[in-house]
Design a protein around this ligand. Structure first.
Ligand code: ARG
Length: 242
């Protein structure tokens, strides 16, 4: 029995310990973002949650997840509240000044969400003269700021709140990540739709505090394995390819 417990608890029989990997991998996320990260009761669910649990398993680390407001994620990482952030976070040069990112693991662009049947907005240029709702300090906000003539950009703490502002007519459109738009359209059938195709190209990465190159390298190595052996595709099919 003792031998079995030992075998099951470790990274895997014969797996070498990885330098720089903590025993417990503490994870910060803003779990308001289906299907990437969201709460179901007190359980963390979604694509990113499955991915980071798989990464933890392969690193031989116990994964402990904390729910953190979007705006606090990077400060909390740099304050050592957790070891990594996985939160559908787009790799941006500005963010790379504050933290390091893993290799990209997901391609997601910005897309416009409107009330169902609202034919006024067909693309980014039609947001001229409109009120746009976004989650604060996201690439949805940054993309909206680049569109000329937008009347106002209303910044919400979460993406569902930005989309609700559209449904309640306090905004004309929301600019959000494609996978989340697809999910929210399913959650509010008949109320909202997304228009056209994504108009930016972005990649999500896992953020690690600067000065932890071994942890970053270990994460990239297992991420490669997960992509190569078909586990990534299974997680993708579970949350995205439905
Ligand atoms: N991908 C966008 C960005 O990095 C939005 C991510 C929001 N993520 C979340 N869990 N709320 O700015």
């Amino acid at each position: 029995l003792a031998a079995m417990a030992w075998g099951a608890g470790a990274a895997g029989v014969g797996a070498a310990p990885r330098p720089g990997v903590p025993e417990t991998l503490r994870v910060g996320t803003d779990a308001t973002y289906p299907p990437m990260e969201f709460m179901e009761g007190d359980e963390f669910r979604g694509f990113d949650m499955d991915l980071i649990r798989e990464i933890g398993k392969r690193l031989g680390a116990k994964v402990v997840i904390q729910n953190v407001g979007w705006d606090g994620l990077i400060p909390g990482l740099n304050n050592r509240n957790y070891d990594v952030v996985i939160s559908a976070m787009t790799i941006l040069p500005e963010r790379q000044e504050a933290v390091d990112f893993s290799d990209p693991y997901f391609n997601a662009g910005q897309i416009i969400v409107v009330r169902k049947g609202d034919t006024r907005v067909k693309g980014p240029n039609d947001l001229k003269g409109k009120v746009v709702a976004v989650q604060i300090n996201t690439t949805g906000q940054f993309a909206s700021e680049k569109i000329a003539g937008v009347t106002r950009i209303d910044k919400y703490d979460t993406t569902p709140l930005a989309v609700q502002a559209v449904m309640q007519r306090s905004a004309d459109a929301a600019v959000i990540d494609l996978p989340v738009a697809v999910e929210l359209v399913k959650e509010y059938p008949g109320q909202i739709e997304f228009v056209g195709k994504p108009f930016t190209e972005e990649y999500y990465g896992i953020a690690v505090r600067k000065g932890r190159p071994e942890l970053l390298k270990a994460i990239n190595e297992v991420l490669q394995e997960i992509k190569r052996d078909g586990t990534y595709d299974k997680i993708y099919a579970r949350w995205i390819g439905r």
